[in-house]
Write a protein that binds this ligand. Sequence first.
Ligand SMILES: Cc1cc2nc3c(=O)[nH]c(=O)nc-3n(C[C@H](O)[C@H](O)[C@H](O)COP(=O)(O)OP(=O)(O)OC[C@H]3O[C@@H](n4cnc5c(N)ncnc54)[C@H](O)[C@@H]3O)c2cc1C
Ligand SMILES: NC(=O)c1ccc[n+]([C@@H]2O[C@H](COP(=O)([O-])OP(=O)(O)OC[C@H]3O[C@@H](n4cnc5c(N)ncnc54)[C@H](O)[C@@H]3O)[C@@H](O)[C@H]2O)c1
Length: 460
Amino acid sequence: MADVFDVIVMGAGPVGENVVDRAVRGGLSVAVIEAELAGGECSYWACVPSKALLRPVDLAGEVERAPGLTVEPIDVPAVLARRDWAVNDYSDSGQARWLESLPSTYIRGRARLAGERKVDVGGRVLTARHAVVVATGSLAAIPPIPGLAEAKPWTNREATGVKKVPGRLIVLGGGVVACEMSQALHALGATETTMVVRGHRLLERCDGFAATMVADALVARGIDIRFGTRIERVERTGGEVVAHLSDGTTLTADEILVAAGRTIGADIGLETVGLPDARPIEVDDSMRSVAHDWLYAVGDANGRALLTHMGKYQARLCGDVIAARANRRPDDLPSMRDQADRYGPPQVIFTDPQVAAVGLTEEAARERGLNVRSVEYDMSGITGAYLSAENYIGRAKAVVDEDRKVLLGVTFAGPAVADMLHSATIAITAEVPLDKLWHAVPSFPTVSEVWLRLLETYGL
Ligand SMILES: Cc1cc2nc3c(=O)[nH]c(=O)nc-3n(C[C@H](O)[C@H](O)[C@H](O)COP(=O)(O)OP(=O)(O)OC[C@H]3O[C@@H](n4cnc5c(N)ncnc54)[C@H](O)[C@@H]3O)c2cc1C
Ligand SMILES: NC(=O)c1ccc[n+]([C@@H]2O[C@H](COP(=O)([O-])OP(=O)(O)OC[C@H]3O[C@@H](n4cnc5c(N)ncnc54)[C@H](O)[C@@H]3O)[C@@H](O)[C@H]2O)c1
C-alpha cells in the first residue's frame, strides 16, 4: 500500500507547500508531487525574482527624491546576481529538504488526475484516502495573435530570469506584470520600452487614480504606452521582432514580453473527473470543489485571487479542514473558511509609485449595491511624506460603507506605501467603526498620518 496516502497534493508551489504543512500537522500522511521546482512559479519566476529586480529601481527613485544624495547608475550585473541569489540559483534543494522533513513524501514528476481519488505520475498511480488537492498554479496566457507564438515571446519566466537586458522591448498588456516588468527592465537597460495596452488605462482592477499615477510615472521615466491599441500580427526576422498594431503602425524590438494574464488548469486530468480542462476549479469557502467532496483546489488553481499570500491563506485553512474532516473533528471553525476573499484581497504593486490596495474599489462597492462614500487625500501635504522626499507625489482613497460606518476599501499610491497596507487590511477585516478608528493615533511625522487626514476629510 506504499502508494496510498491520506492526502495527495498536486504542485509544490508556495500554496501546495502550505497545504502539506497543515495537513501533516493535522496528523495525516501526505504525498506532494512537483513537476518542476518546489517553491513554484512564485519563488523562481514571479514574485521573488521580480521584486529582486525592482528593489534597486525603487531605491534609486527614493534616492533621486532625497536632496543631497546622488544616484549612481545601476550596476546591472550586480542586480542580476542578487536575483540569482534570491532564486537560490534555481535550485529547490532547500525546499525539497523541508518538505521531506515535515515529514511528507516528495515526488518529482508531472501529476494528472486519473479518476476519483487517483493521481497518475508518469504511470505510477497514487490513491488518496481522504483528499486530492490541486495546487498546480497557472501559466502565462499567450493570446492567439497571428505569429506571436512563433516569435518566441518572453513570458514572466524570461523577463524575471533575464540574463541580457534587451535594449528594445515591446510589452503586451497593461496589468500588474506588464507594469512591474516594464519598470524594472526599462531601468535596467531596456531604454526603448513600449507597452501596448488594449484598454484605455493600466491596472484594470485598481482604483483609477492609482492606475493614472502609475501610467504618468512610467511615461515620465521614458516608457511609451500605447493605449487603446492591439497587436494584430507579429513576426520575428533575424534577431528582431516586429509587431503590427491596430493603429496601422509597427514596432520593432529585440524582444516581446507577453503579460496578458494566466492560463489555469490545463492538462492536469480534470476531464477524468468530469471537469472542464483549462478552467479554474470552482470551490466553496473550505476550498472543496463544488463537484466532488474529495477534491480541493487552492491558489491560482481555483482562480479566486491570483496572489501568493491569498493562496497560502487558502492553503492553511484547506489543510486544516481536510485534517478535521479526516479525523471527524469539527470542520467549521471560523479559521476554516475563506473570509478574506469576501472583503477583497490586499495587494501591493511594486512600481514606483507603489500601489497598495485592499478591499473594494468604489466602483466594485457600488456594483454590490452598497451605500458608499469615498474620501481622497493628497498625501504630499503630510509632514512625514514631504520630509521623506522632495516633490513627494502620493494619494490615498478610502471607501466607506455609509450604513455601517466602516471601511470597505483603501488604496494608497505613492513611494514606499507597501508596508502601510496592513493597517488598512486590519481595519477592513476587523470592521473597525470609523469613530473607533479615530482613536488609533498615527505617529508624527510619519506618512501614516494619512489615516488622520482621511478621517478628517470624512468629517470626524
Ligand atoms: C511576474 C509575476 C510576479 C508576481 N508577483 C507577485 C507578488 O509580488 N505578490 C503576490 O502575491 N503574487 C505575485 N504573483 C502571483 C503569484 O506568483 C501566484 O499567485 C502564486 O505563484 C500562486 O501560487 P501557487 O502555488 O498557486 O502556484 P505556482 O506558484 O504556480 O506553483 C504551482 C506549482 O505546481 C507545479 N505544477 C503545475 N502543474 C503540475 C503538475 N501537473 N504536476 C505537478 N506539479 C505541477 C508547478 O511546477 C509549480 O511549482 C506574481 C506573478 C507573476 C507572473
Ligand atoms: N505585485 C503583485 O501582487 C503581482 C505582480 C505580478 C502579478 N501578479 C498577479 O499575477 C496575475 C497575472 O498578472 P498579469 O499582469 O499577467 O495579468 P493581469 O490580469 O493583471 O493583466 C493582464 C493584462 O493583459 C491584457 N490582456 C489580456 N488578454 C489580452 C489580449 N488577448 N490582448 C491584449 N491584451 C490582453 C489585459 O487587458 C490586462 O491589461 C495577476 O492576477 C496579478 O495580480 C501580482
